[in-house]
Ligand binder design. Structure first.
Ligand code: ATP
Ligand code: MG
Length: 374
């Protein structure tokens, strides 16, 4: 997957520009606050139609403007000839977002989600490891929505039913009213849990291997901790039974708390260092570099997932991400990426010397006050 052309209009501090990207990618070099992260944000917007930094759309519109627009032409390696054009626009006044594929406006964002396949490595990835369970659930939900057919639908259904059930609990409505939501909650929730745990089982070896290769000492592991007890297995039927039983068991507590206390919205992805006798939670015991390494391993398994699903490498976006790693670790990450990521790469760095990706062919672009010089 690669991006062959990018058009920017009124996006953050970026000047209005029409750029052609080289097939192997580009290194974007510029001082602080010149627009490097904004540039990657604009590209990534074409995949998820939101900011990877969690910024609301209003903030993405250039100060003093009303509408931003980003257009990307994508080309698939080996796919049928022709490019696919993804257009995204947002109007601040009407809070209206518009997404087009090859010029045709999409009624549902979901249908255009993931058309551009990119994986972004950024300094804020550290939050995936250091932050609370919510950060990791969000990561799972994004990766699975983009890569597992049907996941987004199940998740949306689950959130809807959960909202209704919680409202009934909050208002202390009769038990029968609360329980009326349970079959829908169990069905959609079991789909979410099963998809998450299957994915994590599938990537756990890769995660451990990446961690070990980059850290060069010690292993880490990733596991799904489900609030329903999954000891009877993770087939959809088994998960449904487990979730149903957990809801019954939590009945009194849910009514007391006025909210649903079991289900995928309470589940956790555990990241742990493998010690001789015990597993130490990375969030509590990991050093800065160890946590950074685990975050990198998460992004690397995300890239593997895209590759497995699409049969081609995702576009790799790297926002000054290896800054905190020691020399050895950053060398090993770069070697690893060189070996596994055969696709297009767009990376940013404050200084030329920070561009250590050995692909010498990577073009150097400069950015100053939002203007890219190619
Ligand atoms: P660093 O090296 O410090 O990470 P950067 O090059 O990644 O810097 P960006 O995060 O891309 O910098 O931000 C560049 C500038 O964009 C900031 O000074 C910010 O004030 C400005 N900016 C952010 N949003 C908007 C907007 N909506 N309109 C205009 N300018 C904006
Ligand atoms: Mg930045």
């Amino acid at each position: 997957m690669r991006l062959s052309a990018l058009t920017l209009r009124h996006f953050r501090n970026l000047c209005d520009q029409d750029l052609e990207l080289p097939p192997e990618g580009v290194a974007l070099i510029g001082d602080n606050a010149q627009g490097k992260s904004n540039f990657l944000e604009a590209i990534y917007y074409l995949e998820t139609f939101r900011s990877y930094r969690g910024a609301p759309d209003e903030q993405l519109v250039r100060f003093g403007s009303d509408v931003f627009r980003v257009v990307g032409d994508t080309a698939s390696v080996g796919a049928p000839a022709g490019v696919a054009r993804v257009t995204a626009a947002f109007e601040r006044k009407g809070k209206r977002k518009k997404v087009c594929l090859d010029g045709a406006e999409q009624e549902r964002l979901g249908s255009a989600l993931g058309r551009l396949a990119a994986v972004i490595f950024s300094p804020s990835d550290l939050d995936l490891v250091s932050g609370g369970p919510k950060e990791r659930r969000r990561f799972l939900d994004i990766v699975l929505s983009l890569n597992v057919p049907g996941y987004l639908g199940s998740l949306q259904e689950y959130r809807h039913v959960l909202g209704q059930r919680n409202a009934a609990l909050r208002d202390a409505l009769p038990l029968s009213v609360v329980q009326a939501w349970d079959p829908g909650l169990v069905n959609s929730g079991a789909e979410v849990i099963a998809a998450r745990s299957h994915w994590l089982q599938g990537v756990s070896k890769g995660f451990g291997d990446y961690y070990e290769r980059v850290s060069n000492d010690g292993r880490a592991r990733i596991t799904y901790e489900s609030s329903p007890d999954l000891s009877a297995g993770t087939s959809l039927d088994a998960v449904r039974d487990a979730f149903r039983a957990a809801l019954v068991r939590a009945g009194d507590r849910d009514r007391r708390m006025g909210t649903t206390t079991v289900g995928p919205h309470r589940d956790e992805v555990r990241l742990a260092l493998e010690d001789a006798n015990e597993a130490l939670d990375l969030r509590d015991y990991g050093s800065g570099g160890q946590r950074r390494t685990a975050a990198l391993a998460l992004r690397l398994v995300e890239a593997d997932t895209v590759r497995d699903r699409r049969g081609e490498s995702p576009l790799i976006l790297v926002d000054d991400a290896f800054a905190e790693l020691d020399e050895g670790r950053s060398e090993r990450v770069l070697d690893l990426m060189e070996a596994t990521e055969s696709g297009q790469v767009v990376l940013t760095a404050p200084k030329e010397t920070d561009v250590r990706l050995k692909r010498q062919s990577l073009a150097r672009w400069r950015i100053k006050a939002g203007r890219v010089a190619t």
